[in-house]
Write a protein that binds this ligand. Sequence first.
Ligand SMILES: Cc1cc2nc3c(=O)[nH]c(=O)nc-3n(C[C@H](O)[C@H](O)[C@H](O)COP(=O)(O)O)c2cc1C
Length: 332
Amino acid sequence: MPPSSLPTLRVRGEPLSSALAFAPMSGISNLPARLLAREAGAGLVFSETISARALVEARPSAVRKLRSHPQEGRLAVQLFGGEARFLGEAAQLLAARGVEWLDWNLGCPVKKFLRAGAGAALLEEPAKLPALMAALRRHMPGALSVKLRLGPDASHFVADEVARMAAAEGFDLVSVHGRTRSQQYRGRADRSGIARVVAAVPELPVLANGDIATPEDVFSMLADTGAAGVMIGRAAVGNPWLFAHTLAQARGERPQAPARQVRLATLERHIDWIRQSIDDPEAQTIQLRRYVAAYSKGLPGSNRFREHALRETDPARMLSLAHTFFSEPKAA
Ligand SMILES: Cc1cc2nc3c(=O)[nH]c(=O)nc-3n(C[C@H](O)[C@H](O)[C@H](O)COP(=O)(O)O)c2cc1C
């Protein structure tokens, strides 16, 4: 493959619109963020992680996370949980709601998940996994994927073994973040570890994940790992252009950094979606603050702007400051 081209990512033989995925991120990968990622060219978007048990118990906080919109296309809903009963029932419930893609979280290193025997805790006992995978497969007729870390720690690499289990249980895709559970977010994502997973499951597409910040990172990640696609998390927060620019570079274009006016227009659309899709005023304000900060990142004067704007407790005043800042006629 030429150095800056993108492969066609196929799942169950069907090509996705691009080989770039927007990662599942709690508190971030909600409907507004996913819509903007999609528009910018993400071929696949993942929901925030949702507890299988909470979904089965119809807890409002879990059900709310299923909110989608026809404009975002197919959504991969991510579940976490370590009990076959809840995983199976949640899969059944999602299938009945018309969800066409279920992703299972085997990578989250957060204590809350580990204590519940879910997320990356499950990587410590791979022998338990086939039965849990089978419970999901039995009840999800749509696409099924799993998201992994490399293993519990540097001396226990299990991601290749777990990916092979997923393939044997009829899963359709594997995503792998090139860190171990004990590493949390320290160090750099290990591309050779991701490459080992790719080599272990030639029959499945693998999404390579970790530390992608630029289009060049996407191309080098693909070249270094042989993955079928790339999953992007943190660097795409308030920066949907990362998807668009990667696709543009793959077409041989030289995209320009977005001008202030473009950022402002995108922030305003993002805010509209936040207002339409998030009912709780406190949750809305958290999101507004996050994106007012994120869209200003890298612009001249943005540190000072954030200091002022994020001190505001009234969202209307914060947005008015944002409007003034982004409308300044300085070059971006
Ligand atoms: C705030 C935050 C929340 C996250 N939540 C989830 C999650 O709910 N499920 C999951 O599988 N991974 C989660 N992740 C991990 C990301 O999906 C991704 O694997 C990780 O950030 C590495 O990719 P990146 O370097 O592109 O950000 C989260 C990461 C962050 C920063």
